[in-house]
Design a protein around this ligand. Structure first.
Ligand code: SAM
Length: 223
């Protein structure tokens, strides 16, 4: 079991989070809802006790099954890009550790999160039910979205895709945003934001290079 079973949150942890937030502000994160969320969500709960000292560094960290808990800057940057408001309906593709789901849910959105690797989803669920039991978790291929609960105000993909899946674009509301890293499987990906302008028109913006684990599934790199 990867996660921390000691679910305490001390003044020391809170102080480390405050410093992490200051670091993110210096790096350009300025959305108050996102910063407030990072200030309160205990990232060390998503780490095993022995590695807790790494929880408040602005760095990605390996989790089970060859996956990663995303760097706090990346979590904040993606969350900021979708410009979510309270009560927005949001789909996260790639629950992973559950940390980003906790950040998004703390903002007050109606969060749906889907993960391909079942044991990872189960670990994430064990923490997320304590943090916010309203988060709706699913096991499956998120490259196809979650049509039953569409349309969404925002979709965040937390793994690198070869293309922008049409299926995901079509699960956005008009005005909705899809944030997805797209590029080479082994190298960097470009962070794209696709905004649905109308039934048939989409606007695409590019926010530069990031590095993610590959998106699997029918619209990903492998089945
Ligand atoms: N947001 C996560 C966090 O805060 O820990 C980071 C997730 S990690 C960078 C990417 C995750 O996407 C991995 O857990 C991986 O198993 C998952 N993933 C990859 N392809 C997927 C797919 N087609 N559907 C759902 N999840 C997928």
């Amino acid at each position: 079991m990867f996660t921390n079973l000691d679910r305490t949150d001390t003044l020391v942890h809170q102080g480390k989070r405050k410093r992490l937030v200051e670091e993110l502000i210096k790096k350009g994160i300025n959305n108050p809802l996102v910063l407030d969320s990072i200030r309160v969500v205990p990232r060390h709960w998503f780490f095993p006790k022995d590695f807790e000292q790494f929880a408040y560094r602005d760095a990605a960290f390996p989790i089970d099954h060859g996956q990663t808990i995303s760097q706090p800057y990346t979590v904040a940057f993606q969350s900021q890009l979708i410009d979510i408001k309270e009560n927005s309906r949001v789909l996260e593709i790639g629950t992973g550790s559950g940390y980003q789901a906790a950040i998004l849910a703390k903002i007050g959105v109606e969060l749906y999160s889907i993960e391909y690797i079942k044991p990872l989803l189960e670990q994430a669920a064990s923490i997320l039910t304590e943090i916010n039991p309203q988060i709706k978790l699913f096991h499956g291929d998120g490259s196809l979205g979650l049509s039953k609960y569409a349309p969404f105000d925002a979709i965040i993909v937390t793994a690198g895709a070869p293309i922008v899946p049409e299926t995901l674009k079509l699960q956005l509301k008009i005005g909705g945003r899809l944030v997805i890293p797209v590029g080479n499987e082994k190298e960097n990906q470009e962070m794209l934001r696709i905004t649905r302008i109308s039934e048939t028109h989409f606007n695409q913006e590019n926010f530069g290079d990031f590095k993610f684990v590959p998106l699997k599934g029918k619209q990903g790199w492998e089945i």
